[in-house]
Write a protein that binds this ligand. Structure first.
Ligand code: G3P
Length: 217
């Protein structure tokens, strides 16, 4: 499973990229606003840090203007992935852009039927929002299971990008279902490394090692 960071914070992206485990980045207008940075400038910086796809979202609602915005965004770097909302105009834009060889991430997906439409429109990635689904009384992971089943039934190449990830259990469940990608806030990715028994084990080994009086270097 690929790991994307869901953030526009440069230091956090650099930190995760240094682990060698970061496959891409997703941003959205809210994350850009939170960063306080210029959209074009920060997207360019992110694209230079990671080799993989960096999602940059259009804000227009009509197809013609989405195409114009995508034209500006895709000039930023070769690894820019244009993010469009799951609407009729968003999917028209998706079809046109992927037809030209541009990566497209279809966002704000909340149903398996919407994911089916995105795959038919040739989306590179579909982003079902599991956390927001959970928040509204549904089970976000049921949605991922349904999309996995449908995509496998028809051999769709669209990658399932689990978004709105809130905790490490979401990551585990997504991996068990066979999602292709998950995007999570940096904190959740850091939490994946942690286990109390790992910390306790290191502490015990180091205490015993100190008793030997030896050193490796
Ligand atoms: O990138 C979009 C998505 O991950 C948003 O997550 O936590 O705002 O629902 P959240």
């Amino acid at each position: 499973m690929k790991f994307f960071a869901d953030t526009a914070e440069i230091d956090a992206i650099k930190d995760l990229a240094a682990t060698g485990l970061l496959d891409g980045v997703t941003t959205n207008p809210s994350l850009i606003a939170k960063s306080g940075r210029d959209f074009m400038e920060v997207t360019k910086e992110i694209c230079a840090i990671v080799d993989g796809p960096v999602s940059a979202e259009v804000v227009a609602l009509d197809h013609a203007t989405m195409m114009k915005e995508a034209e500006v965004l895709r000039k930023i770097a070769d690894n820019v992935c244009i993010k469009v909302p799951l609407t009729v105009d968003g999917l028209k834009t998706c079809k046109a852009l992927t037809g030209e060889g541009t990566m497209v991430n279809v966002t704000l997906c909340f149903s398996a039927n919407q994911a089916l439409l995105a795959a038919k429109a040739g989306a590179t990635f579909i982003s079902p929002f599991v956390g927001r689904h959970d928040d509204n009384g549904f089970d976000g992971m049921d949605l991922i299971e349904d999309i996995r089943l449908i995509y496998d039934n028809y051999n769709f190449a669209t990658e399932i990008l689990v978004a709105s990830v809130r905790h490490t259990t979401h990551v585990l469940q997504a991996a068990k279902i066979g999602a292709d990608v998950m995007t999570a806030p940096p904190k959740v990715i850091h939490d994946l490394f942690k286990h109390v028994l790992t910390d306790k084990g290191i502490e015990g080994f180091l205490a015993d090692w100190a008793k030997t009086g030896q050193s490796i270097l």
